[in-house]
Design a protein around this ligand. Structure first.
Ligand SMILES: [Zn+2]
Length: 90
């Protein structure tokens, strides 16, 4: 049995290894998930009925201001106090 690998055609998924997924086509580009102002990224999905939003940089923001980063890191809620924000949940 001759198992000569002819892998010349296997130019698969590892060709472009970009650090941050280049899904962002906004101008200016959204801050990355690693940056401090990650919350400034634009919303790409908003599910208030489920209590979360997905930002362009892959960060999940929950309604309690907690965050889940694309690498699995969890940011504790940091709800701003005294900003006069009306909490609609009774
Ligand atoms: Zn973007």
């Amino acid at each position: 049995m001759n198992t000569v690998s002819s892998r010349g055609t296997v130019t698969t998924l590892t060709t472009t290894q970009r650090k941050n997924a280049s899904m962002c086509q906004h101008e200016p580009p959204c801050p990355t998930a690693a940056s401090a102002d990650r919350e400034a990224a634009l919303l790409v999905a908003h599910h208030p009925e489920q209590g979360w939003s997905l930002l362009c940089n892959g960060v999940l923001v929950f309604e309690d201001t907690g965050e889940l980063l694309p690498d699995g890191q969890i940011i504790a809620p940091h709800r701003p106090l005294g900003v006069g924000q009306v909490v609609a949940a009774a």
